[in-house]
Ligand binder design. Structure first.
Ligand code: NAI
Length: 700
C-alpha cells in the first residue's frame, strides 16, 4: 500500500476572498491561470476553459448569455483577459440547424466568427462547440498526464469506471470539432449527475455551477487519478526496469555536445534548427528502460503531444557501457534516412486527395540511452516545448503501461490531425520568420557597450545568443534585461576570459548543449590602453596582445572547429578598430594588437571559404556612449591629448569625422548584423569601417 503522505497531490490554490473581488470573466481568467500554472494539470498551450456569462447586448440593451472561452492559440497558464473569445450563446445554438453531418463538420468553423459578441477580435478555437453545448456555466478542459494515462489504455472505458465510478463518464476517441460538441451535450443530457468525462486518447472535461466549484472538481478528479497511479506504480519499476546505467552528468553533457551538432547538420537543409537537451530523471528513467524501444515505437497518444513531437521519436543506439559514440555518429546518416523514409511512408499511406504537401520528415525527438533526450525545432522555445510534451508523453506511458496496455492513437487518426486542413490554415497564417530565426550566435565582451548592442540586434532578428564576458555580474544583468525583452529561451550567459583556452572551449560546449550548434561568432571583447612606447610596460603590451590577438585567435579557432564539423558554414565577425588600419601615436600596443586581429581575420577568411565559413571585420571609431573603455583612464588621456574636457570628447570626434556624425553602439551592431546574416552571404575577408568617415582608415 502506498504511503499517502508522500504523494505529490495537486494543491488547492483557490482564494475565495480574492475571487469575490473579481467579475465573472475575471474569475474565469483567475481559474485558468491557476490551472495552467501546474504542468501536471495541463501541458503548455493545451486545454481550454470557459464560462457562460450574462451581458447587456450592445445593440439591443437586452440581457444575453455570452460564452467566454479560451481563443485559438495561447496558453491557459499565461493568458490574459484578451485571450478569450466571446460568442453569443443563442447564435451558437442556432448553428446546430446548419450542421450537415460529420463529413462537413470542418465548415462549422467558418460560422464561428458570425457568433462573435462585442466585436471581440480574438479568433474562436476549434474547441468552442465542446464548451458551448455542455449545459454548465463553467467548463474546464484539461490534459492532465494522470488522466491521459487512463485515456490512453486499451481498456480506458473500464478503467475510468473503476477509478471514478458514475461521477466521470467516458467518450470514445473523436477528433475535436462540432460533432464532439454534440456528443458531449448528449452525454450531459443522459448523465445529469456526472461531473465530467474522460475523452479517449485525449483528456478530461469537468464542470461546475461556479468558477470555484469547477476548479475544485477539476483538481479533485486529477488527484484521484494521481492517487490511483501512485498506488499502482510505487512498488514496481517503471517501463520494465532499467537495462542500462546512465552516464555521469558531465559525461552526458559531453555526449550531447557531440550528438547535437551532428544531428543538426543533417536536419537543417530546408530550415536551420535549434536544439534542446533534457536529462531530467523522468527522461532518464525512460531512455534507460527495457521498454524504451517498444513504447517509443507506439507513438504518442494525445493530439497535443504528437503535434509537437511528431508521432514517434528516433531512438539512437547509444550504449553507455561500451561508449560506442563513434559508431552512433557514423550510423547517424542511416538512422536519420530511415526515420525520414518511415515518415514519408506514413504520409503516403494516410494522405487524402486534398491533404497538404508533406512537411519536414525529420524527427523532432531523439532518445539516447544513458544520456537523455535531444529535441530540435525551428526555434528554441518550440524545441523546449516539444521536449516538455514528450515528458508528458513519458508520464502518460508510465501510468498507462503500469496498469494496462498503453495504446497510441491510430496512424490514420494521427495523420488526420497532423495534416488537418484547419491546422494547415493555421500554419499558413503564421507570420514570416525573422531573418536569424534558427541561428545561434556567441558574442564575446557582451556585457560591454558595443557587445550589448550587437547581442540586442541579433536577438531582435530572432537569433539565440550566448552572451560571454569576463565580468560575470555585468553579464548576468545584461542577460536578465535581454530575457525580459526577448524571452529567456533565446539568451544564455557564460562568464569566460577569452585568453583562457579551457574556458573558451567550455563556453562553446555550453552553446552547443544549450542550442545544438553555432552559426555566428562575434569576437568583440576588448580593452584599450594608451602610452608612449617608452612608457609602455611589458605587462601593458602583453595584456593587449593577450586579449585582442590571442583571445581573438582562441575564440575563432574554437568556432572553426565547431563550424567545420557542423558543415553548415558560418559567419565570424571581428570587432577591430580604426586603429587597426590607421596608426595612432601613444597607443602602439593597442594599435598593433588590433592590426593583428585584422590580419588574423583575413587569414581565416582564406581557410574558411571552402566550407562556407565567412570571416569579416567591423572597425568602429570613437563610440563613447555605453562603452566602458571610454569611462576610465583612456577617456582622460584622450581628452588631455586634445586639450579638452572629457565631456567634450564626443563632440570633438563628431566634428573630426568626415560626415560630422557621432558613432553609436547600434551603428556597429547594424554592420555586424549585415555581415553575420545571409545578406552578406557573398562577402568574406572584408572590412567595414563604421567611423563616420575617416580618410586615414580607407581600405586599399
Ligand atoms: P567595453 O569596455 O564597454 O566592452 C568590452 C567588454 O569586453 C567588457 O564588458 C569587458 O568586460 C570585456 N572583456 C575585457 N577583457 C575580456 C576578456 N579577457 N575576456 C572576456 N571579456 C573581456 O568596450 P566597447 O567600446 O564596447 O568595445 C568593444 C570592442 O570594440 C573592443 O574590442 C574595442 O577595442 C572595440 N572598439 C571600440 C571603440 C570605441 O570607441 N568604443 C573603437 C574601436 C574599437
Amino acid at each position: 500500500m502506498a504511503d499517502v503522505a508522500d504523494i505529490q497531490l495537486l494543491e488547492n490554490r483557490w482564494d475565495e476572498a480574492y475571487a469575490a473581488t473579481l467579475d465573472e470573466p475575471g474569475r474565469l481568467l483567475y481559474r485558468s491561470n491557476l490551472l495552467g500554472a501546474d504542468k501536471r494539470i495541463t501541458n503548455y498551450g493545451g486545454g481550454n476553459t470557459s464560462a457562460k456569462v450574462l451581458h447587456k447586448d450592445p445593440l439591443t440593451g437586452e440581457d444575453v448569455v455570452v460564452l467566454w472561452v479560451k481563443g485559438s492559440g495561447g496558453d491557459v497558464g499565461t493568458m490574459k483577459r484578451d485571450g478569450f473569445s466571446t460568442l453569443y450563446m443563442d447564435k451558437l445554438e442556432q448553428l446546430k440547424g446548419l450542421y450537415r453531418g460529420l463529413e462537413h463538420e470542418d465548415e462549422m468553423v467558418g460560422y464561428l466568427p458570425h457568433c462573435t459578441f462585442n466585436l471581440n477580435p480574438r479568433a474562436a478555437s476549434i474547441d468552442t462547440p465542446l464548451h458551448a453545448y455542455l449545459p454548465y456555466r463553467h467548463v474546464d478542459h484539461m490534459h492532465p498526464d494522470a488522466v491521459i494515462a487512463i485515456a490512453a489504455t486499451a481498456n480506458s472505458r473500464a478503467l475510468t469506471r473503476e477509478i471514478f465510478g458514475d461521477e466521470i463518464g467516458w467518450l470514445p476517441w473523436r477528433r475535436p470539432g462540432f460533432q464532439l460538441g454534440l456528443d458531449l451535450s448528449a452525454f450531459a443530457r443522459d448523465n445529469p449527475n456526472a461531473k465530467g468525462v474522460v475523452l479517449e486518447s485525449h483528456g478530461l472535461f469537468t464542470w461546475g455551477d461556479t468558477a470555484g466549484e469547477s476548479y475544485e472538481t477539476t483538481l479533485r478528479i486529477i488527484n484521484t487519478a494521481i492517487r490511483y497511479f501512485d498506488g499502482k506504480t510505487r512498488s514496481r519499476p517503471a517501463f520494465g526496469g532499467a537495462v542500462v546505467s546512465p552516464l555521469a552528468e558531465t559525461d552526458r553533457q559531453a555526449v550531447a555536445a557531440k550528438l547535437l551538432p551532428a544531428i543538426r547538420q543533417r536536419i537543417s537543409a530546408a530550415e536551420r534548427k535549434v536544439g534542446h537537451f533534457d536529462d531530467s530523471p523522468a527522461v532518464l528513467d525512460f531512455v534507460n528502460s527495457r521498454d524504451l524501444k517498444p513504447l517509443a515505437a507506439l507513438g504518442t497518444s494525445c493530439p497535443d503531444h504528437f503535434l509537437r513531437t511528431k508521432i514517434r521519436p528516433l531512438v539512437l543506439p547509444f550504449d553507455p557501457a561500451s561508449n560506442n559514440l563513434d559508431a552512433v555518429l557514423s550510423s547517424l546518416d542511416d538512422a536519420i534516412a530511415d526515420y525520414r523514409a518511415d515518415y514519408t511512408g506514413y504520409y503516403e499511406r494516410c494522405k487524402h486527395p486534398d491533404s497538404p504537401a508533406i512537411r519536414d520528415p525529420n524527427a523532432v525527438i531523439y532518445l539516447v540511452p544513458g544520456v537523455g533526450m535531444i529535441s530540435f525545432a525551428k526555434d528554441k522555445a518550440t524545441a523546449r516545448i516539444a521536449a516538455e510534451f514528450y515528458v508528458n508523453a513519458i508520464n502518460v506511458m508510465r501510468g498507462a503501461s503500469s496498469v494496462d496496455t498503453y495504446v497510441g492513437l491510430s496512424e490514420q487518426e494521427a495523420f488526420n490531425i497532423e495534416y488537418w486542413l484547419l491546422e494547415e490554415a493555421k500554419l499558413q497564417r503564421m507570420p514570416k520568420p525573422k531573418s536569424l530565426v534558427g541561428r545561434v550566435a556567441l558574442v564575446t565582451g557582451a556585457a560591454g557597450g558595443i557587445g550589448r548592442a550587437i547581442a540586442g540586434k541579433l536577438l531582435s532578428e530572432g537569433a539565440c545568443v550566448v552572451l560571454t564576458d569576463i565580468d560575470g555580474a555585468a553579464l548576468e544583468e545584461t542577460k536578465a534585461n535581454f530575457a525580459k525583452s526577448f524571452g529567456a529561451d533565446h539568451v544564455r550567459a557564460v562568464t569566460l576570459d577569452v585568453t583562457d583556452e579551457a574556458a573558451v572551449a567550455d563556453g562553446f560546449t555550453r552553446a552547443v548543449v544549450d542550442y545544438g550548434g553555432l552559426d555566428i561568432l562575434v569576437s568583440n571583447a576588448g580593452i584599450s590602453s594608451s602610452a608612449p612606447v617608452e612608457e609602455t610596460t611589458l605587462a601593458m603590451w602583453n595584456r593587449n596582445i593577450d586579449i585582442l590577438a590571442k583571445g581573438y585567435f582562441l575564440v575563432a579557432r574554437e568556432a572553426f572547429r565547431l563550424m567545420r564539423g557542423q558543415k553548415l558554414g558560418g559567419s565570424v565577425v571581428f570587432i577591430a578598430s580604426k586603429n587597426g588600419l590607421a596608426a595612432s601615436p601613444g597607443a602602439s600596443a593597442y594599435c598593433t594588437a588590433k592590426a593583428a586581429e585584422i590580419h588574423l581575420a583575413r587569414c581565416l577568411a582564406l581557410e574558411g571559404a571552402d566550407v562556407g565559413i565567412r570571416v569579416n571585420v567591423v572597425n568602429p571609431d570613437a563610440v563613447l556612449r555605453g562603452s566602458k573603455i571610454w569611462t576610465g583612464e583612456w577617456r582622460e588621456q584622450r581628452a588631455a591629448a586634445y586639450n579638452l574636457q572629457p565631456d567634450d570628447l564626443e563632440e570633438h570626434y563628431r566634428k573630426r569625422s568626415m560626415l560630422k556624425l557621432s558613432v553609436y553602439p547600434e551603428d556597429i551592431a547594424e554592420a555586424v548584423y549585415f555581415l553575420a546574416s545571409d545578406l552578406a552571404a557573398k562577402s568574406t575577408g572584408n572590412i567595414i569601417n563604421v567611423d563616420a568617415g575617416n580618410a586615414q582608415s580607407f581600405t586599399r
